[in-house]
Structures are given as C-alpha cells and as structure tokens.
Design a protein around this ligand. Structure first.
Ligand code: NA7
Length: 558
C-alpha cells in the first residue's frame, strides 16, 4: 500500500507538445474537470508548423479537413483562404485557437521536456525541462507530433561548411534571402519538393541533389471562394462522418464527387482499364494525393500498383522537357504509396528552368561537405546556401530524444530500439500512465493527422474518465495484449507491398533504426472499432492499480 500524493502539487495530466493534438487534449481535460498543463518547446503554439518555415511550406491535406472539428466556435469563426493552407496560415490558425479557447494560461512555452521519470510507488510522473523547471503529474500524455526530430544527411564534414546551412525542419526564425545566391538542396521528399520551386524562383542557381525520385502529384492549390464555402457548408458533416466510417482523408477528395470514399473501398478490378485511366486523369487534374488512394488494393495488387506507377512516370515525361532529366525524376523500383506520396506545386515544371540543375545522388553520391560547398563526383561544387531537406527520425524519434523512464527505471529509448511496440498506439508496456496521441502503431501516419488526433484525444479522454470513475491510479498496457497488437500490425503489413521501399514509414532513413512499420495501416475506421471494443471490455488490455480512499493498492486486478 502506498500513500497517495497530495493532490495540490500534482497535475492530473502533463501534455507534451502544444500543437494540434496537445491543445485539443488540454481543452478536453479542462472540460472534464481535470487539472492539466502543456509543455511546448517552441515560443508559441504551431507544432510542426512552428518549426517547418522553409519557403513553400504548405499542408498536403485540404485546409477544410486539416483543422479542428470538435469546437463549433472554431468551426464558425475561422475561414481558410486557400485549398491547401500555407505554413503561416496554419500557425495563425493555431495561435488564434489557443487564444479563442483560452488555452494559453495552461501552456508553458519555451519549455523543452528533457526528462520524464515514473515513480512507481506514488504512481506519479516526475518531469524536468531543459531550463530546469520541474513538474509532477499522474498521467503523461505525449503529443510531440510524428515528425519532430529532424535528421541531417549522413554526409561527413558538415561542420566544415562556412556558408549558410539550413534544415527545412529547423528553419531560421527570419526569412532567408536567396536573391543572387547559389543554392544546393539535398532531399526531394515532401519538404524538398515544396521548397525547390519556391527557392528556384528567387535564387541565381539551384542544384538539386536527388537520391530517390518520389511519386509526386500536383496539389492544384487555389484560393477558396464564397461558392466553395457554400458548398462546404452543405457537405461538412457528411465528410467528417466519412472520415470515421469510410476514411475520406481530405488529401484531395473532399470535393471530387460523392462516390470517392466508397470507391476507395472497392478493388481496382471492379473497374475496366479505360475506367481506371479516366479516374487517374480526373484525380490528377483535380489535384492532391488521392490519385494514389483511388482503390483499396493499391498496396496489395502489384499489377494495379504498376499501372498507377506507369501513369505517374508518363506524367513526368510529359512535363519535363529534357528526357535525361525526366529519366532521373521518374520514380522506379518501389510501389506507389509505400513511401509517402508527395504533393507538389510546379515541382516537375521547375526542372525546365535554366537556373536549376539536377544531380542523381545514386549515380554520383555526395562525398563530403567542404568549406565552400559539397564534394561530388571528384569535384567541389560551391554554394552560398545549402538546404538539407533530409527528413526526420519519425514517430518514435519524437519520444526517444527525451529521457523517458518507466517501471524499474527502464528507458523508452531502449524499449523502442527493439521496435515501435505499443498497445493500440495508446500505451507501452512498462510505462504505466503514459498515453500517446499519434503514437507508434496507431493510424496517424497514414491519415489526416488533424482529424486522427481528435479521434485519439476522444479515446484517451474516455479512458481518463473511466479511471476516475473506477478509482484507478495506474493503467499500463498488458504485455500479451501489446504483443498481440504488434502481431496484427505486422500481419497486415506483410500482405502489402511495403517491403518494396525504404522510407521513414519503416524507419530505414535513420541509420541503426530497426526496420518496422511505424503505424497501423488498417486505417482510422477499423482503428476506432478496435478502440471501441477495448473500452467496452473495461480496457482489458491494460493492467491497473486501484486507489482505495487515499491509498493506492499495489495489487494488480487484471
Ligand atoms: P523525407 O520524406 O524523409 O525526405 C527526406 C529526403 O532527403 C529524401 O528525399 C531522402 O532521400 C533525402 N536524403 C536523406 N539523406 C540523404 C543523403 N545523404 N543524400 C541524399 N539525399 C538524402 O522528409 P521530408 O521532410 O521531405 O518529409 C517528411 C514528411 O513531412 C512528409 O512526408 C510530410 O508528411 C511532411 P531517400 O528518399 O531517403 O533516398
């Protein structure tokens, strides 16, 4: 039996991260009468959109779907200006939400969490920030964002370079002036693909270092008009319902037609080849990533996948005038959708510009940084600015940078070194009372994060209310339940084409990271059903300790 800790100096929940998920969590915790605090490393809210300020940064999910739906106030009062919102507009939105819902008073900015240690006897988490501030809370809710830990390219000599060096995810607070500059950019994932056209327009000369050509669809961004909003008013509730039942994502399918979400549940074989071609054309012209999500078998049917891949390659050849460049830019050797589909604006067109060079890094690797630039293929290329759009240690990397210790002082970093093992993406065995929003092996990565975070918050709030109603001091993912979930996640992946690609989805972009899928690929609607079953069973996949009056019983009842 253990003394319960005095309530006054302990928060019910400490939430890590003040972006989309963290702010919503704070709001719901407060609504339910829980005492909560948010720690955010940035000087303001914004999450990923606070840090990723590179030129061209823009969301690849439609603004009307990439926003909160839980608050009628927010829904009524905010109006997006573009189909795909730019980074500044999303930041303004989150700052406005923060003020409008009066969240700021319970958020601590410039507070980078460095330590979270669990005290098993008291069932309390103890926290420390970089500045040395300390906090205590019963629940540790993590919402750091899946892409919070930037990684540099594994090219030697970076420190020697004397020019301006920037990472897209750690962009300087001020705008970088590229006028008259010679710029090199390493990486052509989503960030690089957005930055390349924007930088090419400003700089004297841009050299793009490409290692893997991605499947890149056009965004077809545009201003949202009164007519768009009038139409949105009519379909908003239906679209949101479809997100939870049919998985309409908003990655370009909000307005396309009424059948788009249902079509996704059908296999490609339900359509003739000319019908499929007609759909590819329609989606390509409409814009957004949904061309890759037309039918449910895109990741399981190699023939259909190859047909779609061929369509992408044909588009590259149609747009890029120089056949040698087009050849480098054509995605090959992996299946569509097994690396994240990139949504770009004027990306392929940019390679028709005279001031843009393209270097195939697979053929001529970058050997090292030098004082003046990069050493490639036996010669030095000089640059005034080098931009690294080299990605992130995704999902688990957002947590393993923090010294998180659970039962018996066990480190989360050590646990995740064996793989991203969780139960339902919500909890990790050995880490009682730690709960995750957008966690590993949850559905977030392959969904519209703003919406799937809301789903996660609702699931967790129900759990917290259950814990309060049942006097539960501690819940911890059961080992067997976690193993069962891990098996389910892996079984699903083994039936797909995911093994054809190396990508951050499976952790291969980080040297030494174990190859394993970082998310549940079943989609949001089946995930909601799994979590419903878990709740209906009284959270049978979680072990617990029950609080008896002012004492905690250490006896596990499940
Ligand atoms: P990504 O998608 O991980 O892209 C990183 C890019 O950097 C990718 O093209 C990599 O090539 C490239 N890269 C990394 N290291 C090197 C070296 N050493 N040499 C050459 N090229 C290299 O990160 P992003 O920031 O673009 O996007 C991440 C997500 O953010 C995105 O999906 C959206 O959800 C938002 P590779 O493909 O590994 O061959």
């Amino acid at each position: 039996m253990v003394e319960a800790t005095a309530a006054e100096d302990v928060y019910d929940a400490l939430v890590l991260g003040g972006g989309f998920g963290g702010m919503h969590m704070l709001y719901e915790l407060r609504e339910k009468g829980f005492k909560a605090i948010v720690l955010e490393a940035g000087e303001n809210t914004g999450g990923a959109w606070y840090w990723n300020r590179y030129p061209g940064a823009r969301c690849d999910v439609e603004s009307l779907a990439y926003c909160y739906s839980f608050s009628p106030i927010i829904d009524r009062e905010w109006r997006w200006t573009e189909r795909y919102a730019g980074q500044k507009e999303i930041r303004s939105y989150l700052e406005w939400v923060c003020d409008r819902l009066d969240l700021r008073k319970d958020m601590r900015f410039n507070s980078r969490l460095t330590e979270a240690h669990y005290d098993e006897d008291a069932c309390i988490w103890n926290f420390k920030t970089e500045a040395g501030d300390t906090y205590r809370a019963r629940w540790f809710v993590t919402s750091p964002g899946p892409l919070a830990t930037a990684i540099w390219p594994d090219i030697p000599g970076r420190q020697q370079y004397k020019g301006v060096l920037a990472h897209t995810a750690k962009w300087p607070q001020h705008d970088v002036d590229f006028t008259g500059k010679r710029v090199g950019i390493i990486g052509t994932g989503s960030s690089g693909t957005q930055a390349i056209p924007a930088i090419a327009e400003q700089c004297e000369k841009l050299t793009v270092f490409m290692r893997t050509a991605n499947f890149t669809a056009p965004a077809r961004n545009k201003k949202l008009t009164d007519e768009d909003y009038a139409q949105w008013e009519k379909i908003r509730e239906q679209r949101r319902k479809e997100f939870r039942t049919l998985e309409r994502t908003g990655a370009g399918d909000l307005f396309i037609d009424e059948d788009a979400a249902r079509r996704r549940l059908q296999p490609s074989t339900a359509f003739t080849q000319p019908e499929r071609q007609e759909l590819f054309n329609r989606y390509w012209e409409h814009g957004g990533a949904m061309v890759s999500g037309l039918h449910r078998d895109v990741l399981t049917n190699p023939e259909f996948n190859e047909e779609l891949a061929g369509y992408f390659r044909q588009k590259v050849r149609e747009i890029v005038k120089d056949p040698a460049r087009a050849e480098i830019l054509e995605p090959k050797n992996f299946a569509v959708g097994t690396k994240r589909i990139v949504v770009g604006s004027q990306f392929y067109e940019t390679f028709n510009r005279d001031n843009v060079d393209l270097i195939d890094v697979k053929k001529t690797p970058i050997e090292r940084f030098t004082e003046k630039g990069l050493f490639v293929d036996g010669k030095e290329l000089e640059f005034d600015v080098i931009v690294c759009a080299s990605g992130f240690d995704a999902v688990t990397g957002s947590l393993t940078v923090i010294d998180i210790r659970g039962r018996g002082g066990r480190s989360l970093k050590d646990v995740f070194s064996a793989g991203p093992n969780t139960y339902l993406g919500l909890g990790v065995h050995g880490f009682p009372n730690m709960f995750m929003i957008g966690g590993a092996q949850g559905p977030a990565l392959l969904s519209n994060n703003a919406m799937s975070n809301e789903v996660n918050v609702e699931i967790l709030i129900d759990m917290f209310t259950y814990m309060r109603d049942h006097n539960i001091a501690e819940m911890e993912a059961d080992k067997a339940a976690q193993e069962g979930w891990g098996q389910k996640v892996e079984d699903m992946v083994s039936q797909t084409l995911f093994s054809t690609a190396n990508s951050w989805y499976v952790g291969t972009n980080v040297p030494g990271k174990k190859r394993a899928i970082l998310c549940y690929i079943g989609g949001v609607p089946p995930y909601i059903e799994e979590c419903k079953k878990e709740a209906e069973s009284g959270y049978s996949g979680f072990n617990r300790k029950v609080l008896e009056s002012d004492h905690v019983s250490a006896e596990e009842i499940v």
